[in-house]
Write a protein that binds this ligand. Structure first.
Ligand code: ADE
Length: 244
């Protein structure tokens, strides 16, 4: 998988060399390219933003550099395979484990990291004529830019690539893979600072352990994320990627 990042803060993405994506790059599973959007500006100040039409606070990222960057990187060029343009934004569709699984099937992901006031919408509309565009949100809060979100999406996707994780079971047993939160986990010692490991986990009864874990998952999910148990009641009818 090829990963491209367009940003005005390339140093933010130094973390890609660490941890999971770093290992994936070292093993040749992914190829990582970080680009400074300002390389596609032509004025002395290397301008990438301007005031919003219609008024309002903040600045909007101007379309010119984005368009030239996509052209220069061959985004949507003939025969470039399955490419998805990922645009982190607080007004995107929620980024989920299901979305990570879908993105993990692509040959190329291009991340457009904008500042939070946003990128001129025509950039995304124009790109969507050539490639799949996904505006994704990490959650209901506002970050200063898309870089941290792009790192999060990358880590969620890369760890799902075939050949990445040694232990396939640990992928299927974790939170969200079955739509529920994961049960609590324990390791040695059996007693620590007056807190004991739940006795069933020491019983050797695999059926009882599985039943206890399933109940803990359900209970945790009901307490912390009831929306996962009754999704329709929270996201009434909204298709995850519907263009709204
Ligand atoms: N950019 C700014 N805020 C964001 C968020 N919550 N999710 C994804 N990208 C963002």
């Amino acid at each position: 998988m090829r990963l491209d990042y367009l940003t005005i803060f390339p140093a933010y993405l130094d973390a890609l060399r660490l941890s999971l994506p770093g290992r994936a790059a070292a093993s040749g599973l992914v190829e990582v390219h970080v680009h400074d959007l300002r390389d596609w500006t032509h004025d002395r100040h290397r301008t990438v933003d301007d005031s919003p039409y219609g008024g309002g606070a903040g600045m909007v990222m101007t379309p010119g550099p984005w368009g030239e960057a996509f052209d220069g990187l061959g985004v949507g060029a003939e025969g470039s395979g399955t490419t998805t343009l990922v645009v982190p934004t607080p007004s995107g569709a929620p980024f989920t484990q299901a979305a990570a699984r879908e993105l993990a099937t692509r040959e190329r992901l291009v991340f457009a990291c904008g500042r939070y006031e946003g990128i001129d919408q025509r950039v995304l509309d124009h790109a969507a004529e050539r490639v799949e565009v996904r505006e994704v949100s990490l959650g209901d809060y506002v970050l200063n830019g898309g870089e941290v979100a792009a790192l999060a999406v990358t880590e969620a996707v890369v760890r799902l690539l075939p050949g990445f994780m040694g232990n396939a079971a640990s992928l299927t047993e974790e939170s969200h893979e079955d739509g529920l939160l994961e049960y609590p986990v324990y390791t040695k010692p059996a007693s620590w600072r007056g807190h004991d490991v739940p006795p069933v986990l020491l019983s050797g009864d695999h059926g009882a352990v599985a039943a206890w874990r399933a109940e803990q998952s359900r209970r945790r999910t009901a307490q912390r994320r009831p929306d996962l148990l009754h999704p329709g009641e929270v996201l009434a009818g909204a298709g995850e990627w519907s263009a709204v």
